[in-house]
Design a protein around this ligand. Sequence first.
Ligand code: NPW
Ligand code: ADP
Length: 579
Amino acid sequence: MISAFDTATIRQAEYDLVAHAPLDHVMKKAAGAVAETCAQLIAARDLARAGRVVALVGGGDNGGDALYAVAMLARSAIECDAVILHAEPHPRGCQAAEDAGVHLVRPDLSRSPRAVAQAVARTVIGCDVIIDGLVGTGGRGALREPFATVVTLVRAGLADAGDRLGRTRRQSPQTGHRPGTSERSRRPLVVAVDTPSGLGGEDGSVAGVHLPADVTVTMGALKPQAVLPPASYSVGQVRLCDLGVTISTPERARSLGAGDVGCAWSVPGPSDHKYTRGVAQVVAGSTEYPFTGVMCVEAAARTGAGMVRYSGPAEASLAVLSRVPEAVGAPGRFQACLLGPGLSERDDARIEQAGELMRTAHAANLPMVLDAGALRAWRRLVSQLPGGEIGPLAVLTPHAGEAAMLLTHLGAGSQRGGISRAEVEAEPLRWATRLTECTGAIVVLKGAATLIVAPGEIPYVQHQAPAWAGTAGSGDVLAGILVAVAAAAQAQSEQAGAELTQADLARRIAAGVWVHGTAARLAAGLRPDRPAAVDALSVQAEDVEPIGAGAPIIATDIIAAVPQAIRHALAAGPLRYAG
Ligand SMILES: NC(=O)C1=CN([C@@H]2O[C@H](COP(=O)(O)OP(=O)(O)OC[C@H]3O[C@@H](n4cnc5c(N)ncnc54)[C@H](OP(=O)(O)O)[C@@H]3O)[C@@H](O)[C@H]2O)[C@@H](O)CC1
Ligand SMILES: Nc1ncnc2c1ncn2[C@@H]1O[C@H](COP(=O)(O)OP(=O)(O)O)[C@@H](O)[C@H]1O
């Protein structure tokens, strides 16, 4: 499990730590992790020369970390510059850097932000690694000048370097030349100290310009920006430097890893059979989208449901049964239902059928997954339930557009009017939380990072899915996985004679989201574990996964890879013994 804590909590824990150990001692540990990371990245460039690092230094302890880091690198013969962008940089850090032979660049800070930024841009040209030590946890609000212009210009320079690299690659068919490893990684890599400068929001929101990192070496514990979108899209690979801080307050957000999923996963034993493994009922597909049901049903079956029942229009049923003959068309008992993928609001018969199943599930307190068409038909469906309440075991799976639509419909926005998709994308945690508050349901807000939020619970955020997963039908596959997971959770509770709780269901659903993302990774040819926050010193440079790694996939490829993803989770989970 990866846990992120509020910045204020971590800062307090750091204060408690430095009350017992000298701050410089702790800073040198932090700086050591940054230096080690830079050295690994440079080693992976396979250069004929020693490599060159430029640190951007602000006025706080974050700048101090950067200065100590370049001091360490300079002592191992790497050429280092430190650009001092504050009138009062960390004095002992400056001294250490100077003593180690770091070239200190001091732009005239009385000049315009553009002039200062140009001096920075000149210094970073041709370097291998930029250390971003402008601001860390002490950052407040949007970056001020000259940092904002410095960051804007450095970003533009990095984009340019990337473009030039792209042109080199495109030339290769004519020249027959294939860029080598060092050539391919010519763009300077950005290593953020603690947190990329400009990413200060506690809820993952981003205000103003920021410097995206390839690697973020974070100190003590993960900050919210490391896991919460959209900020988390700019942290690159996160490496945790364990300073030995102790935090006893609850997390801000958590992410399940393979081992957690392995623990949470229902595995059949000798006394199990299809009914104890969970029966999933799917209402999906329509005359307009007859194949949607195929994806939901096959995904549910491959996720391990004991049985999948399917209801849909005749042409869709035919498509489902010819692709998944194991599916059962007859109605009957079920432990969780999925309503909505490919459901057209104009298809009254199907909406009526979904409504009936929803009433059955609601009366029996069974989990139900509501996706796509069921979210659009919210008013018609939910008004039929006692008190118009969907219940705690409902799982809503909107993407940002559907979440905006539902929030608007529920009157959750400001008085001015509705909520837009862009607003949800800018503050996904805020709006997913609002949606759980309005409905009492578990909300799975889909995106590059998918949030799983239940009222009063610590939210889960899962980042496994590569961007290749954003393809038509991928959400239907997810919905199929989730109904199987929910059915298994309900079946297991029935076996144990206990009620399935919302918190337990939310955790299982997060495990299902992990399986979807990991299956997409495997299908795209990526290794199953996305490089994640781990011990700073144990990771190799090749663990930095570039954007665009992998290959295109279609939704059915994800389904095919589901068993392999589950196998990976079970292998990482606990050993299980019968009895
Ligand atoms: N404490 C510990 O135990 C350890 C702490 N460690 C490290 O220290 C970091 C925290 O250090 P910190 O508290 O000095 O804050 P830091 O992030 O450097 O920022 C302060 C500077 O930023 C400036 N500034 C703020 N907002 C700004 C804006 N919007 N735009 C522009 N400037 C802005 C602010 O300026 P001011 O507002 O004061 O004028 C001030 O100069 C933490 O992230 C970790 O890396 C490690 O060494 C391990 C041990
Ligand atoms: N950029 C992205 N990176 C990773 N996953 C993505 C990205 N964009 C979309 N996804 C995932 O793809 C799925 C798309 O779901 P949805 O929008 O409902 O598609 P559809 O309705 O076509 O099935 C979701 O699981 C979402 O998390």
